[in-house]
Design a protein around this ligand. Structure first.
Ligand code: SF4
Length: 294
């Protein structure tokens, strides 16, 4: 990471929304984005690229970890900078490392075994809708691609980005192919009324909504927080999909909570929710996600 970069980024929407919450909730929400001096203590095992993603880079901005799907870096920007972001090497720098629709199209042309294309970043929804459409058209020119997945934190951190053109992009894409929006949400308080409205509209246009949450000490590492998160997601029509154990990115050790605590919480949650409503508790790695051994 380069020195001298701004250390905090919180979208004006999120800052304003957080200020409407009770102090405890506000602090929990903002802790994810606020610098702490604890970040400056090097911790063994916490590195630049904890998932070794760069070893899977096949073309600029195109990563292939699995034979049947690829991850496409559409944007390196986000409305926020999460202190524990696995891709700090990308989101905290301004290098242009994104793919292009042309490179995506020609790569897929040679790879008929790929059926799913994941738009990620950074946050793909930071790109103009015309660019998203170009990427989506490039992906769908391959006859084998039948699923598009978009990873985003925009609905909860920059809901004003959802104007008619973006809703239209989603509804048109969902008409053409299986379209998943995977939301990064760690705490129930992140689901503002604006975000809930966006989820309703997307769902009614046929977009599948999933969430992935990161298990974070001091943010959601207790039963009331996780129970409330799952309940609020389900009420908003979002399937709780993954609870990720923290990726060991440098500067994030103070967010790490033990596997045992996570496993104990998952056991309690299993007494409350049906299996199809529970997220998978997983740890990601260079070779893929694996269930945390409980
Ligand atoms: S929203 Fe995702 S990609 Fe962006 S800074 Fe946060 S964790 Fe990283």
């Amino acid at each position: 990471m380069e020195s001298g970069k701004p250390l905090e980024k919180i979208s004006p929407f999120l800052q304003k929304y957080a200020d409407t919450l009770p102090a405890g909730e506000r602090n929990l929400l903002l802790r994810q984005f606020q610098y702490s001096p604890l970040e400056d203590h090097p911790t063994e095992g916490f590195v630049d690229d904890p998932l070794d993603e760069e070893t899977n880079l096949v073309l600029p901005g195109i990563y292939r970890k699995y034979s049947s799907r690829i991850l496409v870096l559409v944007s390196e920007h986000c409305p926020v900078l999460c202190r524990y972001c696995t891709r700090k090497r990308i989101t905290w720098n301004n290098h242009n490392r994104t793919a292009t629709p042309e490179s995506l199209r020609s790569f897929l042309f040679q790879m008929p075994e790929i059926y799913e294309v994941i738009f990620s970043g950074g946050d793909p929804l930071m790109k103009p809708t015309t660019t998203l459409r170009e990427f989506s058209q490039a992906a769908l020119t391959s006859p084998s691609v039948h699923t598009l997945r978009i990873h985003s934190r925009v609905p909860t951190t920059l809901p004003g980005r959802f104007k008619e053109d973006l809703f239209r992009f989603f509804s048109e894409t969902a008409e053409k192919t299986n379209t998943f929006l995977v939301l990064h949400i760690n705490n129930a308080s992140e689901i503002s009324p604006e975000a809930a409205d966006i989820f309703r509209r997307l769902k009614s246009s046929g977009v599948h909504l999933l969430s992935q949450s990161v298990f974070l000490k001091g943010v959601n590492d207790n039963l009331p927080a996780l129970k409330n998160l799952i309940l609020t997601l389900l009420q908003a029509g979002v399937r709780p999909y993954y609870l990720h154990q923290l990726d060991r990115i440098f500067g994030s050790a103070h967010f790490e909570q033990s596997d045992k605590t996570g496993c104990d919480l998952m056991k309690e949650l299993a007494k409350i929710f049906a299996p199809h409503s529970l997220p998978f508790f997983v740890r990601d790695s260079a070779t893929g996600k694996k269930p945390v051994q409980c």
